[in-house]
Design a protein around this ligand. Structure first.
Ligand code: MLT
Length: 252
């Protein structure tokens, strides 16, 4: 991977393909490799940029905590580093939260935005407290419990489960803790989609066990184009890569 320094963080990314820039942003607690089955299908349409979010994969930060805005600023620094004024963005789950925070802070830099297995809603108070409790538990006991609980929810496909289980086991506790706190404190971002006019895509597995498909965006953002992938769980880019690639091509 290619790395560069931004403030107290070393950010790593992959880049491949030709065309309009599309940043593919992974979810929690994973890294850019979740997109590996989709990238060959999109590389003749897009200049694909695949960051590891800070705390995951090869991106390391010495900061003890961060916010969605910090993660959005990391993306802005990545675009600056690449000399790109704007790009299409597709975010998976927590990556969707980052994408929305980026669109809130830098709307003029967004050519179009896709939410894959994600949502614009903030956490309910109980969920917020649960995330802070999980962060404390990981600081004390490590990531084992969380990895086991999440593996169950991400997919029913054994191959995908095995892949994400290994990937989650490789991630550092600091990445889990920083991201849990950032997710807990994130704002509701539906208004970001309502007030800006860039194209919006929603791609969601019909059998997502982690974030059930929410009709809120469809109802409040009529220009949003929705692709629901029947049978796919929370990892549609691995469970149904062709359908996800086809949907993302619609960004252009
Ligand atoms: C993710 O898959 O990125 C996260 O689990 C999303 C969340 O917990 O809200």
């Amino acid at each position: 991977m290619i790395t560069f320094k931004y403030q107290d963080t070393t950010l790593a990314y992959e880049r491949l393909g030709r065309g309009a820039p599309l940043v593919l942003i992974h979810g929690f607690p994973l890294d850019h490799s979740i997109w590996d089955e989709v990238t060959p299908l999109l590389s003749s349409t897009f200049d694909l940029i695949l960051p590891d979010l800070r705390g995951f994969g090869e991106s390391v930060s010495s900061a003890p905590a961060w916010t969605m805005r910090d993660l959005a600023d990391d993306l802005a620094a990545l675009l600056d580093h690449l000399g790109l004024e704007s790009a299409f963005l597709a975010g998976h789950s927590m990556g969707g939260y980052v994408t929305l925070a980026f669109a809130d802070a830098y709307p003029q830099r967004v050519r179009g935005l896709a939410l894959v297995s994600s949502q614009a809603a903030a956490d309910a108070p109980e969920k917020r407290s649960a995330r802070h409790a999980q962060a404390r538990q990981i600081a004390e006991d490590g990531i084992g419990e969380m990895v086991a609980a999440m593996t169950e929810k991400l997919s029913t496909d054994e191959r995908v489960r095995k892949f994400v289980h290994e990937l989650m086991r490789k991630q550092k506790p600091a990445g889990y803790i920083g991201s849990l706190k950032a997710m807990a404190e994130r704002a509701d971002t539906l208004s970001v989609l309502e007030k800006n006019l860039f194209p919006v895509l929603v791609v969601h597995g019909g059998a997502d066990g982690l974030i059930p498909f929410q009709r809120e965006i469809q109802a409040k953002v009529p220009r949003a184009r929705v692709t629901e992938i029947a049978g796919a769980g929370h990892m549609p880019m691995m469970e149904s890569p062709r359908e996800v690639a086809e949907a993302l091509r619609g960004l252009k």
